[in-house]
Design a protein around this ligand. Structure first.
Ligand SMILES: [Zn+2]
Length: 76
Protein backbone atom coordinates (compact mmCIF):
# COMPACT_ATOMS: atom_id res chain seq x y z
CA UNK A 1 0.00 0.00 0.00
CA UNK A 2 1.20 3.45 -0.88
CA UNK A 3 1.85 5.84 1.99
CA UNK A 4 -0.05 9.10 1.56
CA UNK A 5 0.20 12.37 3.40
CA UNK A 6 -3.13 13.98 4.27
CA UNK A 7 -3.44 17.45 2.72
CA UNK A 8 -5.75 18.45 5.58
CA UNK A 9 -3.90 17.39 8.75
CA UNK A 10 -0.52 16.13 7.55
CA UNK A 11 -1.05 12.60 8.89
CA UNK A 12 0.60 9.74 6.98
CA UNK A 13 -1.79 6.96 6.08
CA UNK A 14 -2.60 4.22 3.59
CA UNK A 15 -5.90 3.64 1.84
CA UNK A 16 -8.56 6.01 0.59
CA UNK A 17 -9.29 8.04 3.72
CA UNK A 18 -7.11 9.69 6.36
CA UNK A 19 -7.39 7.73 9.62
CA UNK A 20 -6.81 10.93 11.60
CA UNK A 21 -9.39 13.37 10.20
CA UNK A 22 -11.32 11.24 7.70
CA UNK A 23 -10.58 13.37 4.65
CA UNK A 24 -10.69 11.51 1.37
CA UNK A 25 -7.51 11.23 -0.64
CA UNK A 26 -7.20 14.42 -2.68
CA UNK A 27 -7.26 14.09 -6.42
CA UNK A 28 -6.36 16.57 -9.09
CA UNK A 29 -9.20 18.33 -10.85
CA UNK A 30 -9.04 17.74 -14.56
CA UNK A 31 -10.63 19.73 -17.36
CA UNK A 32 -13.23 16.93 -17.52
CA UNK A 33 -14.28 17.59 -13.93
CA UNK A 34 -14.60 21.30 -14.61
CA UNK A 35 -16.68 20.76 -17.76
CA UNK A 36 -18.92 18.30 -15.92
CA UNK A 37 -19.52 20.83 -13.13
CA UNK A 38 -20.14 23.62 -15.63
CA UNK A 39 -22.69 21.47 -17.43
CA UNK A 40 -24.45 20.85 -14.11
CA UNK A 41 -24.51 24.54 -13.24
CA UNK A 42 -26.07 25.47 -16.57
CA UNK A 43 -28.51 22.59 -16.94
CA UNK A 44 -29.88 23.09 -13.43
CA UNK A 45 -30.11 26.84 -13.83
CA UNK A 46 -31.63 26.67 -17.30
CA UNK A 47 -34.24 24.12 -16.29
CA UNK A 48 -35.14 26.35 -13.36
CA UNK A 49 -35.27 29.56 -15.30
CA UNK A 50 -37.28 28.13 -18.23
CA UNK A 51 -39.76 26.56 -15.86
CA UNK A 52 -40.00 29.82 -13.93
CA UNK A 53 -40.51 31.82 -17.14
CA UNK A 54 -43.23 29.43 -18.30
CA UNK A 55 -45.05 29.63 -14.98
CA UNK A 56 -44.83 33.42 -14.92
CA UNK A 57 -46.61 33.44 -18.29
CA UNK A 58 -49.22 30.76 -17.53
CA UNK A 59 -50.06 31.37 -13.86
CA UNK A 60 -48.48 34.61 -12.61
CA UNK A 61 -50.46 34.79 -9.37
CA UNK A 62 -49.53 31.27 -8.25
CA UNK A 63 -45.79 32.00 -7.98
CA UNK A 64 -46.41 35.18 -5.98
CA UNK A 65 -48.72 33.31 -3.61
CA UNK A 66 -46.24 30.43 -3.22
CA UNK A 67 -43.44 32.90 -2.43
CA UNK A 68 -45.53 34.62 0.21
CA UNK A 69 -46.39 31.26 1.75
CA UNK A 70 -42.71 30.29 1.92
CA UNK A 71 -42.40 28.05 -1.14
CA UNK A 72 -39.59 30.01 -2.78
CA UNK A 73 -37.03 27.16 -2.91
CA UNK A 74 -38.52 25.49 -5.97
CA UNK A 75 -38.26 28.65 -8.08
CA UNK A 76 -35.14 29.86 -9.80
ZN1 LIG B 1 -6.11 14.03 7.75
Amino acid sequence: MQQLTCANCGNTYTGQFCNQCGQKQAHRYTIGHVLHELLHVFTHADKGIFSFGWQVLTKPGTIALDMVEGGAKRYF
